[in-house]
Design a protein around this ligand. Structure first.
Ligand SMILES: Nc1ncnc2c1ncn2[C@@H]1O[C@H](COP(=O)(O)OP(=O)(O)O)[C@@H](O)[C@H]1O
Ligand SMILES: [Mg+2]
Length: 252
């Protein structure tokens, strides 16, 4: 069964039909990329899948359950997590606290009864802190465990966002342009990190402009053009698809 299924999705903003009649499914254990020019509707698609936007039409299923327009915290509890195209880091907090925010999305309800019994809460908090530090090491920013977010360079913050998303212990992780603004070396490191995340058993949906990265790591690629599905298939199929070559690669 598909882990994520999107059926007949539409999103209209005033006169802009940002996503049109879009259907696709994501198999568990895969890296599934969504590509397309700026304005193609990729972020809008993520915003609908993660409950930030209510689709104008259509349905979204996670592990077979209808989750259309469910609030983000509920989706987090069901195993969905994401990063943002524009960094969503709290710069007045420590790096570690930024990561811990991710686990609180999932833990909050269970923590409520514990709040009445302080020692238990303390234990949960220190476990959460330890886990956040582990995740920072996992994504390769272990040297910033004691730092404030404001002390970290941009490339490290992109990874910190991934650590925060992983803190919610997702089954499905959506990454919106994780390599945007990174140099070649940093992009290669993100490439390796995404593969490491996928190998750890998390299904990845990736929006990314770096074609080398996308072609190299994707099990499946969906190409959007003006909100519509232009093509989908393996990297090899996409590379050879005449519609993709004309519309997306500009005939190159
Ligand atoms: N909140 C919004 N309100 C109005 N228009 C929007 C909104 N979000 C996105 N759009 C429009 O939807 C289209 C797709 O945008 P977006 O999903 O950001 O594309 P991509 O991520 O592929 O670059 C664009 O024309 C954009 O201007
Ligand atoms: Mg976008």
């Amino acid at each position: 069964m598909a882990l994520l299924e999107v059926r007949d999705l539409d999103m209209v903003f005033g006169g802009v039909h940002a996503v049109q009649n879009l259907s696709f499914s994501v198999r568990p254990g895969t890296i599934h990329s969504v590509i397309g020019p700026n304005g193609a509707g990729k972020t809008t698609l993520f915003n609908m899948i993660t409950g930030l936007y209510k689709p104008t039409r259509g349905a979204i299923y996670l592990g077979g359950d209808a989750v259309t327009a469910k609030p983000p915290h509920e989706l987090a509890r069901k195993g969905m997590s994401r990063t943002f195209q524009n960094l969503q880091i709290c710069f007045n907090m420590s790096a570690l606290d930024n990561v811990m925010v991710g686990s609180h999305l999932r833990l909050n309800q269970r923590l409520m009864p514990a709040m009445l019994r302080l020692p238990k809460l303390k234990k949960a908090d220190s476990a959460c802190r330890e886990q956040a530090a582990e995740l920072m090491k996992f994504v390769g920013v272990g040297q910033y465990v004691k730092a404030d977010a404001s002390q970290m360079p941009y490339g490290a913050l992109k990874r910190l966002e991934i650590a925060r998303a992983l803190a919610a212990k997702p089954k499905l992780l959506l990454l919106d342009e994780p390599a945007a603004g990174l140099n070649n070396t940093e992009t290669k490191e993100i490439d390796e990190l995404i593969q490491k995340v996928a190998h750890s058993g998390v299904t990845v949906v990736l929006v990314e402009h770096d074609m080398k990265l996308v072609m190299g790591i994707s099990d499946h690629i969906l190409v959007l053009d003006y909100g519509k599905k232009l093509a989908e298939g393996t990297a090899e199929e996409i590379r050879r698809n005449p519609d993709v070559i004309v519309a997306y690669l500009g005939g190159a």
